[in-house]
Design a protein around this ligand. Sequence first.
Ligand code: IMP
Length: 184
Amino acid sequence: MNENQSLTLRGDTFRIYLDRKTIQERVAELGRMISTDYDGRKPILIGVLNGAFMFLADLMRSIDIECEVDFLKLSSYGVEKISSGVVHELKKIDAPIEGRHVIVVEDIVDTGLSMQFIMDIMKKYRPASLSAATLLHKTAATRVEVPLQYVGFKIKNLFVIGYGLDYGQLGRNLPDIYIIEEEE
Ligand code: IMP
């Protein structure tokens, strides 16, 4: 990282957008909200692999009521920077969630197609309740409206990396979130 806190990945330049302190504070707030909202209900958090693993780990540590975790995995759109809109389920959840209070945890909602796809799958398992948490929401990219109960940050419609989010599988390990430099 240089003094301007920018970096190059796969030939594109990114600059810092949300630093680790800002992220951690907001994630802790979301954890407190969930703890209050779900008190006495023992929710199960369903993390969407791979991108949500870091957010989910921090979110769960901020929740101070009993809760469980499981994961599902969707197909990714490879090294592209725009959503293909084509989603497949690659790994199903293992936990039985019928009658459970389910919170789906995503790293980012872009077009909303992935979240809608996941919600449709989840509803088939007949949970007692279903809600969605996402760290980031590209509000201007929305193609389908999906109710999002817990949103960390509403962000610009530009490609971001870090804190679990990747660019062709790279960049997930960055503790801060970076945004691609807009072309002149
Ligand atoms: P959607 O189906 O268009 O809402 O896209 C959701 C998925 O696309 C996310 O779970 C991410 O894996 C990926 N994605 C969307 N925007 C970005 C981005 O800016 N950086 C990295 N991954 C992204």
